[in-house]
Design a protein around this ligand. Structure first.
Ligand code: ZN
Length: 95
């Protein structure tokens, strides 16, 4: 007897409406999609002291560094699984 466990998928309601998620590269099947948190910091562009850039983190693991932001529907299409940490998508379930 085999049991198949599906990885948690992104909550359905995120897939419409253009919600975005944070993933770490490389983006590949089975990558984990986190709830994005954004921050701005001065952009390291010499000669442009007033510039800021926006960086994206995973809500559950800010200290792990920057993420790439994708739309939830695209991440789901790519086979991303949802991070079920309380800070991300604890409501995610297999479907
Ligand atoms: Zn997470």
């Amino acid at each position: 007897m085999t049991t198949t466990t599906s990885p948690p998928r992104l909550p359905r309601q995120m897939l419409s409406g253009g919600a975005s998620v944070a993933v770490r590269l490389p983006s590949e099947r089975g990558m984990v999609a986190h709830r994005p948190e954004r921050d701005t910091r001065p952009a390291p562009i010499p000669g442009y002291p007033g510039r800021n850039e926006q960086i994206v983190f995973a809500a559950c693991s800010r200290d792990d560094g920057e993420c790439r932001e994708l739309t939830a529907s695209w991440a789901d299409h790519l086979g991303a699984q949802a991070c079920t940490e309380p800070a991300c998508f604890p409501e995610a379930d297999a479907r």
